[in-house]
Design a protein around this ligand. Structure first.
Ligand SMILES: NC(=O)c1ccc[n+]([C@@H]2O[C@H](COP(=O)([O-])OP(=O)(O)OC[C@H]3O[C@@H](n4cnc5c(N)ncnc54)[C@H](OP(=O)(O)O)[C@@H]3O)[C@@H](O)[C@H]2O)c1
Length: 212
């Protein structure tokens, strides 16, 4: 499939990009600055990864990944609404505030970043996914991944498409986390994982037990 990544120059976007390319997908990293995206794409050094601006990335992707800081997520999604119309928008944005250096969840009035975007942009099919996979584990391609990936959406087709993308990446197991209301819990878990990373000097992720 074709994967367009908004904010694809950051660690999370580059990480998803390289893993998607290694899984056989065509990838376009997006940026507010086309030259920066082209440089990031060159840096990943894979023939299936290109770089352009966020509009081009949204136009390119069958799945459009939203990989910008949460404060910029709504505006970025709104800016590419025309190109992303009818498509799957996979939000991986986590709303986190650092209070006295400690990560805490920020719960938007909509309940989550993903729900807020879906409410504002009904023409786009929002799924929430990939919140708990550390970017460094993704872009350091010698790291063997072993993570569960909670994915939720109110659109069955979007859920299936993102599940297909996640499953295609070696070492990731997609978990159907139901409707988009569950993005609240998914996004809010991330600050806890960041705190655990700091406390245990680790790169934590999640595993759901009891599902074969
Ligand atoms: N880092 C992780 O381990 C991880 C894991 C899972 C999920 N996530 C989530 O994935 C998202 C991206 O994470 P990240 O660590 O890659 O973030 P980041 O490096 O802070 O930002 C990613 C990209 O977003 C763009 N950006 C920054 N500020 C912006 C603004 N005000 N408006 C529009 N675009 C802006 C920048 O690209 P340009 O300057 O090129 O436009 C930047 O390279 C976050 O929401 C994060 O919560 C992160």
């Amino acid at each position: 499939m074709r994967v367009g990544i908004l904010g694809g120059t950051g660690p999370a976007g580059r990480g998803v990009g390289i893993r998607a390319a290694l899984a056989g997908h065509e990838v376009m990293l997006g940026s507010r600055n086309e030259a920066k995206a082209a440089e990031a794409a060159r840096g990943l050094g894979h023939e299936r990864i290109k770089g352009s601006d966020n509009h081009e990335a949204a136009a390119f992707g069958d799945v459009v990944v939203l990989s910008v800081p949460w404060e910029a997520a709504m505006q970025t999604a709104v800016e590419v609404e025309r190109e992303a119309r009818g498509k799957v928008l996979m939000s991986m944005a986590n709303a986190v505030a650092f209070i006295d250096g400690k990560p805490e969840p920020v719960v938007p009035s909509s309940g989550s970043i993903a729900l807020g975007i879906q409410a504002r942009l009904p023409t786009v099919r929002v799924a929430a996914s990939m919140h708990h996979v550390p970017a460094r584990s993704l872009y350091e391609t010698d790291v063997k991944l072993d993570f569960d990936v909670l994915t939720c959406s109110d659109d069955k087709g979007a859920l299936d498409r993102v599940t297909e993308l996640v499953r295609s990446i070696d070492g990731l197991r997609p978990i159907d986390a139901g409707g988009l209301h569950n993005a609240s819990a998914i996004e809010a878990l991330t600050p806890l994982l960041i705190a655990l990373n700091s406390r245990y000097k680790a790169r934590t992720g999640i595993r759901i037990i009891g599902i074969d």
